[in-house]
Design a protein. Structure first.
Length: 256
């Protein structure tokens, strides 16, 4: 009998004390701040965002999960840890939300030319030759800069060689043997620092274009089938003879 009278008393004590811990205030707003304010200037650049849930008085609320999203992940992608990565040039809005409250941050990706690469890197050319050079404008992470202006071409010694607007150089017919001159490409305020070196050599053979042809089908239905390949070279003057070609394969385990 004493036990039966004690049980209701124990229930009343539990009800008076309550079964849970202290409740936190509701989320009134979200604070969203970037680790860096500057635009992302290279594809692959990142910026870390920090989002904090705040109560009505502006005090941080601990333990609130924040969900991140991007208005255009093809321009700026964001992880659920708040790390934003530049994917393409343009603008996107990053959203951080919790319990119906949201903060946004505009992110701009605008590539900046950090270096200019000229190819071929080096050539041996006879006097009077007209080799062709190409320029690539790259950002700081070596991605091609989309919509970069056309390069302006010059040379390190205009008496030895000049370069036209299309990258076609003309080596002086009086250039001495062993002389060197560089084709220089400038995009905006950035000039190439290497590549485009021409070394004058009267005995040099200049090949600009290589064509590869096959004597038969290049799709094989069984192992150990073969096909004979041949290569020929040309330059602006026509076919080039006396050229020795080196051969290689991108997948030795597949073909050799």
């Amino acid at each position: 009998m004493p036990l039966r009278r004690a049980c209701p008393f124990a229930v009343l004590v539990l009800l008076a004390c309550g079964g849970g811990g202290p409740s936190r205030p509701p989320v009134a707003s979200i604070s969203l701040t970037p680790g860096a304010a500057a635009p992302l200037t290279s594809l692959g650049d990142t910026v870390q965002l920090t989002a904090t849930a705040l109560d009505a008085s502006g005090a941080p609320i601990a333990g609130v999960g924040i969900a991140y999203s991007s208005s255009d992940a093809t321009i700026a992608a964001v992880t659920q840890g708040g790390l934003v990565t530049a994917v393409a040039n343009g603008a996107a809005t990053i959203h951080a939300s919790a319990e119906g409250k949201e903060a946004t941050l505009s992110v701009t990706v605008a590539q900046v030319v950090a270096k200019v690469i000229v190819t071929p890197t080096g050539l041996q050319v006879p006097p009077g030759e007209i080799p062709l050079f190409h320029a690539a404008a790259l950002d700081a992470r070596d991605h091609a800069v989309v919509s970069a202006p056309a390069p302006v071409w010059t040379t390190s010694d205009a008496a030895l060689a000049t370069v036209a607007t299309d990258g076609r150089a003309t080596v002086s017919s009086s250039a001495p043997t062993g002389a060197t001159v560089s084709a220089i490409a400038t995009v905006g305020a950035v000039s190439s620092a290497s590549g485009g070196v021409m070394t004058v050599d009267p005995s040099a053979i200049y090949v600009e274009t290589i064509s590869v042809t096959a004597s038969g089908a290049t799709s094989f239905s069984s192992l150990n089938q073969t096909v004979q390949l041949s290569a020929s070279g040309t330059n602006p003057h026509g076919p080039v003879t006396g050229v020795t070609f080196g051969w290689s394969t991108s997948a030795p385990a597949v073909s050799r």
